[in-house]
Structure formats: structure tokens, C-alpha cells
Design a protein around this ligand. Structure first.
Ligand code: NAD
Ligand code: LMR
Length: 329
């Protein structure tokens, strides 16, 4: 058997972790023939619960699971990590302002960025799921000067998958008929799910829908506010779907995505499409060989431009807020 790939997961005893770990261990991230060693990080009070999750992982007797280590010290848990899935974050609690959340999570992601910088493997790839995901990724990246910036990403694949599902239901097509969906901007209510470049069975999706009012007043808000709708219905935030999207995002990044299609990933902007360089913003990307490229040359009309700009403006505000807090240089 080949050397196991070390996959670190933070917030491993949380809701998303409870779905994510079993899917990684069963081979859905890297394939059933690739051995995986799980490195699980939690805060000290959650370690006991995490021990219980590890008992359950043992009890599945997954053939690809070569080992599990748990701990509360990122320097130890991230040692030699090839993949880091940063899920753990402080949830917003009653009376907390957005700035308080940025500050609380900023402390987590500065420390984890430094620990990855000093201890992760040279080929490490990092996916941030914990909210506010884009800005947390920016903080981690800014605190890891030795890791190439293109190794940091944040999750907008859940939004991408939600957009595919909504469009498929509207036009009565299977999800497999839908290609070239794009989420632009922030993983927040300002995100812009773009139907103008998407396709249904090879046909332009906006034309196939043929209903600008649905696109504007139903599709975009449904996708953008889906996280809140799930919290309202379930009493807690999306977990299995977030874990599934974290797998989709990271698997496609590591192993490549379908030919003639693209996926949405929040990555460091190189200035493409007028998105300020350095922000972690969602783009359409193609992936191959463990890398990604932002799809170039898409025409952006005024409708799309205004929505992309609004979401990017929010990202710039978040960056300015964490800069003021001294979390990024
Ligand atoms: P949860 O509260 O169930 O679990 C989070 C876990 O993180 C907890 O077990 C907690 O102890 C742990 N944690 C906190 N600080 C930590 C630290 N410094 N190091 C390691 N672990 C730490 O939350 P959840 O439902 O699993 O969600 C996790 C995060 O993912 C939240 O921020 C949530 O908002 C976010 N989320 C993102 C998306 C997305 O699409 N990007 C979707 C759903 C949820
Ligand atoms: C989601 O999109 O489901 C989550 O990011 C919502 C949240 O605020 O946790």
C-alpha cells in the first residue's frame, strides 16, 4: 500500500465533521484505493466527544483508513498534512455582532495559518468551510507566507450545488444536464449565482428558463439565502450538504474536474473580472493535476456586473475589518 495521505480536519467533533469524516474515510475524497490518515483538531473541551467519533470510525473498519490522530494543538495535528479542511469556527451566538465574529474567528485562523505554514507538508492544499469562509481563508493565507497563495481556497461549492439543484427543478432536467454554473463573490447572502453562462443540455440556462423575474426574484435569493432557510427549518446550519460540498470541492481540486465544465471555488483573486487582487472571491475555475485556473473571457453584462461588484465590496469590507483588527498584514 502507498504512503497514506494525511488529511487534517478542524472542528472534527462538530456537525459537519460527523458527516465529513466518514465520507473521507470511506474513500470519497481521494478514491477507495488511496489510504488516508485522519488528523483531527478540536478545542480541548470537545476532545472527549471526538474520541467517541473515532470509536465509530474504528467500528466502520474502513479499508482505506490507515490511522486517526486527534488533538487540540494545531502544530501537532497539522504536522505533515497534505490536505487541510478548516471546518471548525466559532458560531455566532446571541448578541454577537459581525465584527465580534470576525475577531473570534480571526484568532483561530491566524493561529491555524501559522501552524500550517510551519508544519504542513510542502504540497498542502487548504479548504476553508468555517464561516465567514472567504475572510477566514484570507486570514489563514496572510499568516502563512511560505505556502503558495494558490493553495488556499474557501467553499462556495455548496452554493454552486444549490444553484444546480434549483435550476434543474425549474427546467425539469436532471442535475447531470447542467454545466458551467458559477457562483461569484462571497459565501454570504450577497453571492451571485450566475445563470447567464450556465447551460442546460447544452443550451444557455437563462434562455432555457426564459423568465427574468424568476431568475432575479426567486432563483438568486433562494440560492443566496438557502443557508438561513436551512437554519430556520432545522434549527441548526446545513451539515451533511456542507460536508458533501467540502468533499466535491477538494476532490475536484486534487483529482481534476469534468472536461468541458467548470466548478465554483473561492480563491485568491488575480484581478480577473475586476475583482480586487488578493481577495478570496468565488470564480468559475477548471481544475487539473492539483491546480486550478480561473476561467477567462466570460462576458459580464451590467446585471451581472452590479451583483459581482456588490459581493466583492462586502469582501473588501471584511478584509478592511480584519486588517483593522491586526489579523492580516
Ligand atoms: P459546529 O458548531 O457543529 O462544529 C464546529 C466545531 O468546531 C465544534 O466542535 C467546535 O468545538 C470546533 N472548533 C471551534 N473552534 C475550534 C478551533 N479553534 N480549532 C478546532 N476546532 C474548533 O458547526 P458546524 O455545523 O460543523 O459548522 C462549522 C462551520 O462551517 C461553521 O462556521 C458554519 O457556519 C460553517 N458552514 C459553512 C458552510 C459553507 O458552505 N462554507 C456551510 C455550512 C456551515
Ligand atoms: C450555509 O450556507 O448553509 C451556511 O454557511 C449557513 C451558516 O450561516 O452557517
Amino acid at each position: 500500500m502507498s504512503t497514506p495521505v494525511k488529511v487534517a480536519v478542524t472542528g472534527a467533533a462538530g456537525q459537519i465533521g460527523y458527516s465529513l469524516l466518514f465520507r473521507i474515510a470511506s474513500g470519497e475524497l481521494l478514491g477507495k484505493d488511496t489510504p488516508v490518515e485522519l488528523r483531527l483538531l478540536e478545542i480541548t473541551p470537545a476532545l472527549k466527544a471526538l474520541e467517541g467519533v473515532v470509536m465509530e470510525l474504528d467500528d466502520c473498519a474502513f479499508p482505506a483508513l490507515a490511522g486517526v490522530q486527534i488533538g487540540d494543538d494545531p502544530d501537532v495535528v497539522f504536522d505533515g498534512a497534505n490536505v487541510a479542511l478548516l471546518v471548525g469556527a466559532r458560531p455566532r451566538t446571541k448578541g454577537m455582532e459581525r465584527g465580534d465574529l470576525l475577531e473570534a474567528n480571526g484568532a483561530i485562523f491566524t493561529a491555524q495559518g501559522r501552524a500550517l505554514n510551519d508544519h504542513a507538508a510542502d504540497d498542502v492544499r487548504i479548504t476553508v468551510t468555517g464561516n465567514p469562509a472567504n475572510t477566514n481563508a484570507l486570514i489563514a493565507m496572510s499568516n502563512a507566507p511560505d505556502i503558495p497563495t494558490e493553495r488556499f481556497s474557501a467553499l462556495t461549492r455548496l452554493d454552486h450545488n444549490r444553484a444546480i439543484a434549483q435550476l434543474a427543478a425549474k427546467v425539469g432536467a436532471p442535475v447531470t444536464d447542467i454545466r458551467r454554473m458559477t457562483i461569484w463573490g462571497n459565501h454570504s447572502a450577497t453571492q451571485y449565482p450566475d445563470l447567464f453562462h450556465a447551460e442546460v443540455g447544452g443550451r444557455n440556462a437563462a434562455e432555457a428558463v426564459g423568465d427574468q423575474s424568476w431568475l432575479e426574484n426567486t432563483f438568486i435569493p433562494t440560492v443566496a439565502k438557502r443557508g438561513a432557510a436551512i437554519i430556520e427549518a432545522r434549527g441548526s446550519s446545513s451539515a451533511a450538504s456542507a460536508a458533501s460540498a467540502t468533499i466535491d470541492h477538494t476532490r475536484d481540486w486534487l483529482l481534476g474536474s469534468a472536461q468541458d465544465d467548470w466548478v465554483s471555488m473561492a480563491v485568491r483573486s488575480d484581478g480577473s473580472y475586476g475583482v480586487a487582487e488578493g481577495l478570496i472571491s468565488s470564480f468559475p475555475v477548471t481544475t487539473a493535476g492539483g491546480g486550478y485556473e480561473i476561467v477567462q473571457g466570460l462576458e459580464i453584462d451590467d446585471f451581472s456586473r452590479a451583483r459581482i461588484d456588490a459581493s466583492v465590496a462586502e469582501l473588501a469590507e471584511e478584509r478592511d475589518a480584519v486588517t483593522k483588527l491586526g489579523l492580516i498584514g
